[in-house]
Write a protein that binds this ligand. Structure first.
Ligand code: NCD
Ligand code: ZN
Length: 347
């Protein structure tokens, strides 16, 4: 039985670090284990220009230290200037651009309503080789929340890919077998991130026996068969699927509320959970591809030379229930089962 696993240091290809006191409190939770992360731009106000991305990058670096590289993104709006996007990418300030349909999730009010209005930016991105990262849910009130990812593929994503075939796209935080099937149907230029929590919970975990606000995130977890399909994709070794935790902290009082915020905070115990999930699936040998190789492959970046070592423990791993930040306590995601893999060394 494998008792110790040394991998290239992992990367997180979808992370919310927030700003101010929350950033100060939670950035170390990611920097402890991860070498790089794609940083989501949905601050209030959002990160929409290259100059704002550079300033935000510097605030992150000041907190997270020299061993953690934030890879910045811009928040696509209908008034995004293609020239600013291309210049920010050329100058090494941004790695990608994030598409939020307006109103789809936390802080997405400035997102896109009319996809034709961003056509020029998408063409310029395709030309410059800048990936588009999609929050893949429609916001049409007629569409059931559990169907919004599948409908997004048909109504938005596939038309974008047909109109701009050279554009490289990442479907972020996929939650359905429909998304997996779509990735598999495409010849190239399409990847997908999968979160830690969507490998663990299905919609029953949120709703059965009482409502569990700390399991509520967007896209909302789907039925068990979808979770199993996600585990299958993540543990397959297929280079198109890679880790994006979507670790998304909210202070507990904003989660435990009559109208609780969407987001699961998994940065603290993600590596222990993933090792457990992969071991339980009989696929520990595929963990390296998912957390450390497939993402750099898609983004055309080198695999990290630093390593991380995970060790199997006899007693369950302990981790804090919540992280105290200057913006309030943030509950750490509870996978609902004991974890027996501990990060022994990162660096
Ligand atoms: C994210 C957040 O809190 O910023 N929430 C979430 O449920 N995942 C936004 C997002 O990625 O949708
Ligand atoms: Zn997110």
């Amino acid at each position: 039985m494998t008792r110790s696993l040394t991998l290239p240091r992992p990367d997180d290809w979808h992370l919310h670090l927030r700003d101010g006191a929350m950033l100060d409190g939670i950035a170390p939770e990611s920097a402890r284990h991860f070498a790089r992360a794609i940083i989501m731009p949905n601050l209030v106000p959002p990160v929409v220009t290259g100059a704002q991305a550079a300033a935000y990058r510097d605030r992150i670096r000041a907190v997270a230290g020299p061993d953690f590289t934030p890879l910045m993104t811009l928040y696509l709006t209908e008034s995004t200037d293609p020239a600013d996007v291309v210049a920010a990418h050329r100058d090494g300030i941004i790695t990608a651009v994030k598409l939020y349909p307006a109103g789809a999730t936390t802080n997405s009010a400035s997102g896109v309503r009319d996809f034709d209005r961003v056509r020029g930016v998408l063409d310029a991105m395709a030309e410059a080789g800048i990936p588009l990262l999609t929050h893949g849910e429609v916001t049409d009130p007629e569409i059931d929340i559990f169907d919004r990812e599948a409908v997004f593929i048909d109504r938005v994503l596939d038309p974008i890919r047909r109109a701009t075939p050279g554009l490289r796209v990442v479907m972020e935080h996929i939650t359905t077998s429909d998304a997996i099937a779509y990735v598999n149907s495409q010849p190239d230029g399409l990847g997908a991130t999968i979160t830690t929590h969507h490998l663990v919970i299905n919609r029953n975990h949120i709703l059965v026996g009482g409502i569990r606000p700390h399991y509520y995130c967007l896209p909302v977890a789907k039925r068990e068969s979808h979770r199993q399909a996600l585990v299958g994709a993540a543990t397959s070794g297929d280079a198109r699927f890679f880790l994006g935790t979507d670790s998304a902290p909210h202070a507990d009082d904003a989660k435990e509320s009559a109208c609780g915020c969407a987001g699961c905070f998994t940065a603290t115990n993600t590596m222990s959970i993933l090792a457990q999930v992969f071991e339980d699936a009989g696929a520990l040998d595929k963990l390296e591809a998912f957390v450390a190789r497939n993402g750099p492959g898609f983004y055309r970046l080198p695999v990290n030379s630093a390593t991380i070592t995970l060790e199997k423990t006899d007693n369950p791993v302990t981790y804090p229930d919540r992280i105290d930040t200057g913006a309030g306590p943030v509950t750490v995601f509870d996978p609902g089962f004991p974890l027996y893999w501990q990060v022994a060394q990162a660096g």
